[in-house]
Design a protein around this ligand. Sequence first.
Ligand SMILES: Nc1ncnc2c1ncn2[C@@H]1O[C@H](COP(=O)(O)OP(=O)(O)OP(=O)(O)O)[C@@H](O)[C@H]1O
Ligand SMILES: [Mg+2]
Length: 230
Amino acid sequence: MLKVSGLSKSYGEQVVFENISFAMSQGERLGLVGRNGTGKTTLFKIVLGEEEQDAGTISMPRYYTIGHLSQHLKFSEGSVLEEAAKNLPNSEDGIDETYKAEAILMGLGLTEEYFSLKPSELSGGYQIRLNLAKVLVSNPSLLLLDEPTNYLDIVSIRWLKKFLQSWRGELMIITHDREFMDSVTTHTMAIHRSKVRKVSGATEKLYAQIIQEEEIYEQTRQNDEKKGSR
Ligand SMILES: Nc1ncnc2c1ncn2[C@@H]1O[C@H](COP(=O)(O)OP(=O)(O)OP(=O)(O)O)[C@@H](O)[C@H]1O
Ligand SMILES: [Mg+2]
């Protein structure tokens, strides 16, 4: 549903992406991997329109919505529950769906005793959890999560895992926790040498491919070197 075509991005001399293309199918949950500084967060920013690409296009259906975990801690409602419920999509049959917001808050460790607190009364870490709850409550077409487990304890990580496993929309997730990633994703994509490589399945399959490619690359390079020195 999301289609990235011919995307290039550099910061000065540093090439982050060089003409990359990929598409996500309906219901796809994509794990994004790559060493530090390879451009994972930059890709998210470009998809969100927070950062501009040098070339290429990002396309999606007209009705498509994208949700991400904002680092901005800005709340407008008088209570934690109201703040989370504010993002509920309009219910077609007019049924009150506040219970959905409650379930998500509780899953993330914001149990009932927090519901009536002012958002500003929460600790910084819990304010981030509230932001995460708001994104999940908003039920976007595509959910972008950059290291979401950093803000969570074991119990809420386990809850988030289950929640994402039954996520009906699309998901793109960055996490250093391979076990977590493999348990929630349907596809995996690596950023490597300014290009992307995507497989259906888990990280292991992708890493095996990359290692094999690196061996071929190294072999070719050595052969070229031999030729060059002749
Ligand atoms: N605004 C910027 N100006 C200049 N260079 C930038 C900017 N943002 C990112 N970069 C560089 O672009 C590269 C990609 O950064 P990015 O943050 O996307 O990597 P990442 O894969 O998310 O890394 P990490 O795993 O550490 O989170 C890095 O080398 C980074 O230094
Ligand atoms: Mg990053």
